[in-house]
Write a protein that binds this ligand. Structure first.
Ligand SMILES: C[S@@+](CC[C@H](N)C(=O)[O-])C[C@H]1O[C@@H](n2cnc3c(N)ncnc32)[C@H](O)[C@@H]1O
Length: 203
């Protein structure tokens, strides 16, 4: 039993190292980039010529991925932290939950957007129920915002944790979007309750 636990932890660490090493080699700021890449490979939510909102963007690997691999995209990002400049990106340092920040994002495009993505997560407390609840609230806030901002055929992607608010979030998403999927990308750590919700086409 002990041996299994040990080897499981060892494998998880190795895998994490592989993604960290790969992100450094490829010049991405975080291993989080591979989660978005894997989501996109499966659900094809990113295209050329799109308007994107990146919530909880720092250090910026999701925006880097879009800016680097897709032509003529326009991205606005927000995070509590500052981020280093990225081509085609306008960044707001602030708290997304504040109304004034939402207005700034809305005013930036002054038209409907194609993709709203949120990787927002609070600093973990170590209490998995509290962590999933707080991240769940951020996901609901982001989803409501996305619903106002998205074009009819737009997509919403958000981190969420398996926890007490999981079923409520999926039910809310199904009320607002025609297609709703839950996906755990291979690069998301197996020992984390992290999942992603992918929603397409407004109702
Ligand atoms: C996992 S990181 C995002 C990584 C990012 N997707 C990337 O590829 O580099 C989560 C981020 O969410 C941000 N965050 C948490 N709560 C937020 C809030 N209320 N408003 C804005 N950003 C927030 C944190 O500051 C943190 O940088």
């Amino acid at each position: 039993m002990k041996k299994n636990k040990f080897s499981k932890n060892w494998i998880i660490k190795q895998k994490r190292d592989i993604y960290i090493k790969k992100s450094k080699l490829e010049g991405y700021r975080s291993r989080a980039v591979y989660k978005l890449k894997e989501i996109n490979e499966k659900y094809k939510i990113i295209k050329n010529n799109i308007f994107v909102v990146d919530l909880g963007a720092a250090p910026g690997s999701w925006s880097q991925y879009i800016s680097r691999n897709f032509n003529n995209t326009k991205i606005i990002s927000i995070d509590l932290k500052e981020i280093e400049p990225i081509k085609n990106l306008e960044h707001i340092k602030g708290d997304f939950t504040e109304e004034k920040q939402k207005i700034k994002i809305q005013n930036y495009f002054r038209k409907k957007v194609n993709l709203v993505m949120s990787d927002m997560a609070v600093n973990t407390t170590g209490n998995k129920s509290i962590d999933s609840l707080v991240t769940g609230e951020l996901c609901i806030d982001a989803m409501n915002f996305a619903h106002q901002l998205l074009d009819h055929n737009g997509s919403f992607v958000s981190k969420l944790f398996m926890g007490s608010s999981f079923n409520e979030i999926v039910a809310l998403a199904k009320k607002s979007f025609k297609q709703v999927y839950i996906y755990k990308p291979p690069s998301s750590r197996k020992d984390s309750k992290e999942n992603f919700i992918i929603c397409r086409n407004l109702r």
